[in-house]
Design a protein around this ligand. Structure first.
Ligand code: NDP
Ligand code: GDR
Length: 370
């Protein structure tokens, strides 16, 4: 039985990847951080009682900032494959916590590679590094492929640049099977609540149900190549099943503005939006509302721009060229953007319908931080 170790198993991608590898018959180990509240919501369905025999899913406490802990876990697990997905993954937050981001995202990757080397596992253990389209940053050329130059635009992207190159260097220096998947944005109903797509689908669902008045967003002109996380974890797996270790771009090849994503999300709830005004004065107003369950007056302003969400340096345009992964890996995404938006909206409408009932029945107070 193959063994996989996933860092970042409690995150969006970690959860989908754990599902996939368990389905494929792997024994799956994950590293989770200690937190004051349970942080395993996304993987609770995978729990197996450690007192039972033949457990195929195991969690270990750990942190990418702790070398000895990483070495101990890798020594104990002796994994065939390591998927290094753990990271402080929020671009905007990395401007607030740049040193921590460099430690976890940059040096954390070195700690994994070095542990494998120190433990003499270079021939046994394959390593996947979660690289990102944020490496391209300031547009040099489009669509972005494996040969497009990098120009990172945030502490997050700079930390990930180090991680990218140290992965390449360990592959070349020590003949390790270590690869970068350069993944463009990928989303799902499990996406963290403060990334723009999930913030939009949650906001649209709450506004439709009368639980929120307005959605405040930052740069509506930013363009992203959005895919579905479920498709993208398949690519991670495929990258580690090749004869030779190489780096791959994973993307859909379609780019969309944040503004258009907002329109698509509200349309799923039967609310047509139009945008008026420019820059910080741009507003999204209700053009029509055809869903009888959600009554919103025409002309009501429900989306506004708040400069607090602007980034000191922005990445304006991402559009990936997935030719290499499609031809060499045979990777093919199953979801397009409309299917992704539909699935995310269905999940959030369903979630907030329940939340509304609980609030109305007095079982739950409104969370002011949401
Ligand atoms: P999430 O933010 O959903 O998950 C990040 C995971 O990393 C969580 O499990 C988190 O734990 C864990 N983590 C954070 N800091 C540490 C640390 N110091 N030590 C150990 N674990 C840590 O990210 P995604 O699932 O969306 O992304 C997975 C990886 O892919 C990340 O590295 C991200 O940078 C990268 N990436 C993501 C893309 C995307 O569009 N989603 C695109 C390209 C790359 P906790 O739950 O406790 O916070
Ligand atoms: P990104 O994702 O920075 O691309 O990083 P995010 O969803 O945060 O932003 C995408 C774009 O939307 C604009 N935007 C807003 N973003 C957020 N979060 N909140 C807002 O209110 C808002 N309004 C507009 C942003 O300015 C940006 O242009 C994600 C992460 O998953 C990284 O870890 C990963 O490496 C990259 O995708 C690929």
């Amino acid at each position: 039985m193959k063994k996989a170790l996933i860092t970042g198993i409690t995150g969006q991608d970690g959860a989908y990847l754990a599902d996939l590898l368990l389905e494929k018959g792997y024994e799956v180990h994950g590293i989770k951080r200690r937190s004051s509240l349970f942080n395993t919501d996304r993987i609770d369905h995978l729990y197996q009682d450690p007192h039972e025999e033949n457990i195929r899913f195991k969690l270990h406490y750990g942190d990418l900032s702790d070398s000895t802990n990483i070495i101990r876990i890798i020594q104990q697990v002796q994994p065939d494959e390591i998927y290094n997905l753990g990271a402080m993954s929020h671009v905007k937050v990395s401007f607030d916590t740049p040193e921590y981001t460099a430690n976890a995202d940059g040096i954390g990757t070195l700690r994994i590679l070095e542990a494998v080397r120190l433990l003499g596992l270079t021939e046994k253990t394959k390593i996947y590094q979660a690289s990102t389209s944020e490496l391209y940053g300031l547009v040099q050329a489009v669509p972005q492929s494996e040969t497009t130059p990098f120009y990172p635009r945030s502490p997050y992207a700079v930390a990930k640049l180090y991680a990218y190159w140290i992965t390449v260097n360990y592959r070349e220096a020590y003949n390790m099977y270590a690869c970068n998947g350069i993944l463009f944005n990928h989303e799902s109903p499990l996406r963290g609540e403060t990334f723009v797509t999930r913030k939009i689908t949650r906001g649209a669902a709450k506004i439709a149900m009368g639980l929120q008045d307005k959605l405040f967003l930052g740069n509506l002109d930013a363009r992203r190549d959005w895919g579905h996380a479920k498709d993208y974890v398949e690519a991670m797996y495929l990258i580690l099943q090749q004869e030779k270790p190489e780096d791959y771009v994973i993307a859909t090849g379609v780019t969309t503005t944040v503004r258009d994503f907002v329109k698509m999300a509200f349309a799923e709830a039967g609310i047509q939006l139009e945008f008026t005004g420019e820059g910080v004065h741009e507003k999204g107003i209700v053009k029509s509302c055809t869903n009888p369950d959600y009554i919103l007056e025409t002309g009501k302003e429900i989306v506004a721009v708040d400069p607090r969400y602007f980034r000191p340096t922005e990445v304006d345009l991402l559009i990936g060229d997935p030719t290499k992964s499609m031809t060499q890996l045979g990777w093919q995404p199953k979801y397009d953007l409309p299917a992704l938006v539909k699935e995310m909206m269905e999940a959030d409408l369903n979630h907030f319908a329940q939340e509304k009932m609980l609030q109305e029945a007095g079982y739950r107070v409104k969370n002011q931080f949401e």
